[in-house]
Each structure stands twice: as structure tokens, then as C-alpha cells.
Design a protein around this ligand. Structure first.
Ligand SMILES: NC(=O)c1ccc[n+]([C@@H]2O[C@H](COP(=O)([O-])OP(=O)(O)OC[C@H]3O[C@@H](n4cnc5c(N)ncnc54)[C@H](O)[C@@H]3O)[C@@H](O)[C@H]2O)c1
Length: 247
């Protein structure tokens, strides 16, 4: 590991070149944090990077533990330390009934959305615990709380992320490292390309505020959860549902 001279908090954001992850990375960079992005596609689209810059962007498949371990080693070499982990990388998978899913389709959604969070936490948590301070935020989904028809693996993976969040938080509750999740409703990102028009319309119709979530709204919530101020909450799943979630 290189000697750490940077006094800024350093945040790793998975899936940070696009969508919600990019909004989180941008917000944290604007707030003065150092930002490292781990993404399968390590290129921020032209035009999206005019007003922020990551300190380091690394090609990573979060579903592959070797890729994640390598990313952690390289990240420590480049920026010297990690304080915050935002597990945002995720895929929707196809929209169809459970019995039409192949084992491969099911497996990829679980591997990226749930095992990916396991892989990154396993690589990063010992480092955070050693340092005695840290924030982990897992981007789950309202689908993980409610269960949404025709996206069974996605719903199961996000319910798994909520369970992982609660369990891991308890394991390290006295260490100074908090572990929380956020359960958003639909936001207009590339993720919607994986969905049918009917599915998108049905999801929009369930939001009492009658609009989609803005990615900047979610980024603001994550910025607070990862801050010094959010110090006495761990194992919790924060709401970002425009009034949809009732628990
Ligand atoms: N957009 C929504 O409506 C919505 C709602 C609730 C929850 N979420 C969750 O928010 C997160 C971000 O979604 P988004 O809408 O920004 O999606 P997106 O498709 O716009 O962006 C996802 C990002 O993750 C990256 N990624 C995908 N697979 C990866 C892998 N195996 N390893 C590393 N990076 C990978 C992609 O390259 C991309 O940059 C996901 O976990 C998603 O489930 C999204």
C-alpha cells in the first residue's frame, strides 16, 4: 500500500460510471471526498464528466471475487486507503415469470446484485475495521422489500442485500464502521432498458408522489449516510420511495 498523504475521505463506488452510481460519485466528489469507481465498463460517457472527476477508475466485475480483490489491491496502491464503500453496481435481468428464467439468467442477477456485495464487503471490511471508521451503503430496491412480479431474481437479490446489511452491521457494530442500505423506487437510468414498457408504467403507477426518483435525490441521501453526522444508525434500510414503502 502506498503511504497515505491525502486527508480526504476516500469512497469506492461500484457501478459508478453511469446512472445512480455516477450521481453518487459526482455528489461525493463535489462534497470534497476522493472518489474511486469500480465498474464493469470503466468509462464515464463523454459529456457526463464535465463537472466531476474520479481519482481512479478501475475495470471490475463485482461478481468475480478475483477481480474485486485485484481492484482493492490496486486501489490501495493508487489512493492509499478506503473509508467508504457504496455497493451500487446492479442489473435488472429480463422481465418475465420465474419459470421462464434459465438457471444462467437467474444466476447472473444473483451473482452481480447479491454475491457482488459479498465480494466487495469481504475485500474492504477488514481494511475499514482496521482503520476504526467506515461507512458502507448498499443500494437495494423497493423490490427487495415488496417482491415485484416478473423480476423474481432481482427481488430475491435485493431482499438478500437487505439481509446481508443487517447481519454484517451486527458483526462489526462496535468498530466504528456502519452498514446501511437504501431501498429506492424507479429512477430514469439505463437500467430501464432491461425492462418492458408495461413493467415501467406499472412501477411508476405505484409511487404516491406520482413521479420517478431523481438520481440526485438518492445521491444526497447516500452523502448523508456516508457522512460523520450519520453515526448512530447501522443495519437500517433507508427509504427513497416517494411514499410507496409502508415499512
Ligand atoms: N434505476 C432504478 O430504477 C433503480 C431502482 C432501485 C434500485 N436500483 C439499483 O440502483 C443500482 C444502480 O442502478 P442504475 O439504475 O444506476 O443502473 P445502470 O444500468 O444505469 O448502471 C449500473 C452500473 O453498474 C455497472 N455494472 C453492472 N454490472 C456490473 C458488474 N458485474 N460489475 C461492476 N459494475 C457493474 C454498469 O456498468 C453501470 O455503470 C442498482 O443496484 C439497481 O438495482 C435502481
Amino acid at each position: 500500500m502506498s503511504e497515505r498523504t491525502d486527508t480526504r475521505r476516500i469512497a469506492v463506488v461500484t457501478g459508478g460510471t453511469r446512472g445512480i452510481g455516477q450521481a453518487i460519485a459526482r455528489r461525493l466528489a463535489h462534497d470534497g471526498l476522493g472518489v474511486v469507481v469500480w465498474d464493469l465498463d470503466p468509462v464515464v460517457p463523454a459529456g457526463d464528466n464535465q463537472d466531476w472527476k474520479a481519482d481512479h477508475i478501475q475495470a471490475v466485475d463485482v461478481a468475480d471475487p478475483i477481480s474485486v480483490e485485484r481492484a482493492m489491491t490496486q486501489t490501495l496502491e493508487v489512493v492509499g486507503g478506503v473509508d467508504i464503500l457504496v455497493n451500487n453496481a446492479g442489473i435488472n435481468g429480463p422481465v418475465k415469470p420465474l419459470w421462464e428464467y434459465s438457471s444462467e439468467e437467474w444466476g447472473r442477477v444473483i451473482d452481480v446484485n447479491l454475491t457482488g456485495v459479498f465480494n466487495t464487503c469481504r475485500a474492504v471490511v477488514p481494511h475499514l475495521v482496521d482503520r476504526g471508521w467506515g461507512r458502507i451503503v448498499n443500494i437495494a430496491s423497493i423490490a427487495g422489500k415488496e417482491g415485484v412480479q416478473n423480476i423474481t431474481p432481482y427481488s430475491a437479490s435485493k431482499a438478500g442485500v437487505i439481509g446481508l446489511t443487517k447481519a454484517l452491521a451486527k458483526e462489526i457494530i462496535t468498530t466504528g464502521v456502519t452498514v446501511n442500505a437504501v431501498a429506492p423506487v424507479m429512477a430514469a437510468t439505463d437500467l430501464l432498458d432491461q425492462m418492458t414498457e408495461e413493467h415501467i408504467a406499472a412501477s411508476k403507477g405505484k409511487i404516491p408522489m406520482q413521479r420517478l426518483l431523481e438520481v440526485s435525490e438518492l445521491a444526497a441521501l447516500v452523502a448523508w449516510i456516508t457522512s460523520e453526522e450519520c453515526s448512530f444508525t447501522s443495519g437500517f434500510t433507508f427509504d427513497a420511495s416517494g411514499g410507496r414503502a409502508t415499512y
